[in-house]
Design a binder for this molecule. Structure first.
Ligand code: NAD
Length: 242
């Protein structure tokens, strides 16, 4: 540990699994106090026991309007400050639009887009008052290219890319940096619906990354001097073809 984030409070949504958990572990290793936000109460309980007292749990269902609105105020009541907000929670739907239900579309946009906007909306006054803060959003390479077979997911991530870029320009005057990390395929529970053969082939071809690789990119971006902003870290498995 080199203490890059000593004294800072970092909030990671979707922190109980995959990229969020890897990001939380990396931030803890660098000395931050970390708030794991997730709807999975059992996983939160197990993880806070494992990760120690620098890690606290915030049980929030980001698709529930009341629970989502309470997230930032409840965290501030516990920690007094938020230096880093990593909006990472997200879900995935593959397949053609006509294979997807309207309800599933609504849930995915609700989590991947609306909840991110609400979380950023809620944290801005606190960060602006202090004249400092970092917001990092987990986007996806699907938010940059339309070549994948997943129009709803891709649409949600393009929306978030444009939101992040607009907020980056608007919040720089307040000392708040806004950036995103855009990974290619990561070996996590998010892809559990993919056919096992497709996942096995990606693994065999070296076209699937570990979540820790994304977490390292997040730490790199957040640890730049405050005179520097990294707008987007696109991180791909070396054999992933887009
Ligand atoms: P994951 O499924 O491993 O983790 C997602 C976490 O979010 C889980 O802990 C889950 O409980 C939590 N969550 C889900 N719905 C929630 C809700 N309503 N309220 C609160 N928490 C909720 O997924 P992951 O792969 O770590 O994905 C994290 C982010 O990375 C997502 O935004 C995803 O789109 C993005 N991403 C993933 C990949 C990939 O291949 N896995 C690639 C690019 C981008």
């Amino acid at each position: 540990m080199s203490g890059l984030f000593e004294g800072k409070v970092a909030v990671v949504t979707g922190g109980a699994s995959g990229i969020g958990l890897a990001s939380a572990r990396a931030l803890l290793e660098e000395g931050a106090q970390v708030v794991l936000v997730d709807r999975d109460a059992a996983a939160l309980e197990a993880l806070t026991a494992e990760l120690g007292e620098a890690c606290i749990a915030q049980r929030t269902d980001l698709l529930d309007a009341e629970s989502c609105a309470a997230m930032v105020p409840e965290i501030l009541a516990k920690t007094g400050r938020i230096d880093i907000l990593h909006c990472n929670a997200g879900s995935y739907i593959g397949g053609a639009l006509t294979d997807t239900t309207p309800e599933a579309i609504e849930r995915m946009i609700g989590l991947n887009v609306t909840a991110v906007m609400k979380n950023v909306h809620a944290v801005i006054p606190h960060m602006a008052e202090r004249g400092s803060g970092d917001i990092m959003v987990t986007c996806s390479v699907a938010g940059h290219t339309a070549v994948g077979p997943e129009p709803v997911y891709s649409g949600s991530k393009w929306a978030i890319t444009s939101f992040v870029q607009t907020m980056r320009r608007q919040l720089m005057k307040d000392g708040i940096r806004v950036g995103q990390v855009s990974p290619g395929p990561v070996d996590s529970a998010l892809l559990s619906d993919w056919e096992p053969e497709r996942l096995a082939k990606l693994k065999e071809d070296g076209a699937l990354m570990e979540a820790s690789a994304v977490a390292e990119a997040v730490v790199f971006a957040l640890s730049r001097p405050r005179t520097v902003t990294i707008r987007d870290v696109v991180i791909l498995p070396s054999n992933f073809d887009i």
